[in-house]
Design a protein. Sequence first.
Length: 240
Amino acid sequence: MSERGDVVQPGSSSVAQPDYWWYAARTELLHAGLAPWLGRPARVLDVGSADGPSAAWVLGPHQHVAVDLDPRGLPPGGGVCASALALPFGDATFDVVAAFDVVEHCEPESQAVSELARVLGPGGRLLLSVPAYQWAWSDHDVRAGHHRRYTRRRIVAAVESAGLRVERTTHAFAVVFPMFVAERVARRLRRTGPAARLPHVSPPLDRTLRALCRAESRVLRRTDLPFGSSILVAAVKPGS
């Protein structure tokens, strides 16, 4: 989901490459880090559903509503084309709101987080992920329509400012972090020609990266991670 005011920017790369290793790995890491807060909801809102491959674990017998600014990201024959800055739902409509790699696309940030909180009922859970470290900003962020990258302190402050109580915040993609740093350095050094939308990985490297992230997911179920290219947040709206 990409927003710059009311201007649609290029959408998630997962629309074109849903089987890319990063999306498969993120599915496992999000599930490992945030699944305890899914619970048994009656209604779930999936904001930024273009990244559906990473949010498949939130599906279930409950009502599931998908929202994205990019109609290509909506499920066939369903979903709502709308902005996270003005969600077309009443107050306290959902038990869980998932917004994976959405808030960094939104300006102002405070309005987006307030909207996510507004549509949560009392006791509802907000599940977020955002990209980490402003120093890692690159042409990829520009192409994706990002406004910012995050520290744990900044995303926690944004969520708490919307009246929610943060119950978990952790980094993810720690085990492949050295590769992430090297790739960002390479992007800065490369001055000629456009960068690839997603870095190419060979089949053997693809299998290795997925296996490393599966191992990390087992650790993430037990403890928070101090570094990594993504940040995961679970927060609760106070109330009964």
